[in-house]
Design a protein around this ligand. Structure first.
Ligand code: KMH
Ligand code: ZN
Length: 272
């Protein structure tokens, strides 16, 4: 089985001033997309930044970033609907207007460090139905084990995504969510509803390697990138997102998994 590598290059939490190598402009994201595709990524999970490098859900900037990635690469474009913890739910719903291939869809409210990442059930249900209407492939983000069960409830209530495939990403090791450990991943995978057709995992910070290795050992896919980790080893800053993708490719090869192409990812997600 090939290995889907999704790159999450920017996120909403790190300041450009603290990490100048973080891609925060359309030019930087275009270059990052091309480098990550060449390194072995098939999908990109995008959080957009404004001209001051701050997280934004501004519709025209979202469209500009989507266009920049499409111009420079063939990567499947997934827009974050999670945004930052400060983004209002109404703004997060409008992300789909930028025309992504895929969108993240978090299955419940989570403590997020000292903040709260809000995902009340009515919001989740509305966003899911909008993605179904628009033919956007959701990636269900699971930060906690309760969210695994919430996903079953969502699919039982509203049916499958438009393309008939259900792809999940376990986001582990967030302070407030499930730990980034092999036993937590095993419990999460065991609890997945039978409708789920594929899953990946990412571990935040120092949990990145344990989660990646556990995922590979269970036949899962990988998400990597500077949204999730800023060091390549203890105390050594990540140089680029492509460096993290290249490491994921290396880990995959050890597990005899070749990187999936963007076309393979489209098939996996049920995209036309
Ligand atoms: N930035 C986090 C509050 C997502 O992209 O959908 C939410 C997040 C999840 O990163
Ligand atoms: Zn994100």
């Amino acid at each position: 089985m090939s290995l889907l590598i999704t790159v999450a290059p920017t996120g909403a939490e790190t300041a450009k001033a603290d990490c100048p190598q973080l891609p925060t402009t359309p030019e930087e994201i275009a270059r990052t997309a091309a480098e990550c595709e060449a390194a072995g990524a098939a999908m990109i999970h995008l959080h957009v930044r404004d001209h001051a490098h701050a997280p934004t859900l501004d519709g025209s900037l979202l469209k500009e970033w989507v266009a920049a990635v499409r111009e420079s690469s063939n990567l499947v474009v997934q827009l974050s609907t999670g945004g930052s913890v400060h983004d209002p739910l109404e703004e997060r719903m409008k992300v789909l207007d930028a025309g992504p291939d895929s969108c993240s869809l978090t299955m419940g409210t989570t403590n997020f460090g000292d903040d709260v990442f809000m995902n009340p059930w009515p919001f989740v249900a509305d966003l899911y139905q909008l993605a179904q209407e628009r033919g956007v492939a959701p990636e269900f983000e699971l930060f906690d084990l309760g969210q695994v069960h919430a996903l079953g409830r969502l699919i039982r209530t509203y049916g499958l995504p438009a393309g008939g495939k259900a792809h999940v990403d376990f986001v582990m090791g967030v302070p407030g969510g499930m730990p980034g450990t092999a036993p937590a991943l095993v419990a999460g995978v065991q609890g997945l509803p039978s409708e789920v057709t594929s899953w990946s995992a990412t571990g935040i910070g120092r949990t990145t390697l344990p989660v990646a290795l556990a995922s590979l050992s269970m036949g899962g896919h990988l998400r990597v990138g500077m949204e999730d980790v800023l060091t390549i080893s203890k105390g050594v800053p990540v140089e680029s997102n492509a460096q993290l993708v290249a490491r994921a490719v290396e880990l995959g090869r050890l597990a005899q998994r070749e990187p999936m192409t963007p076309a393979g990812c489209r098939e996996l997600l049920g995209l036309a």
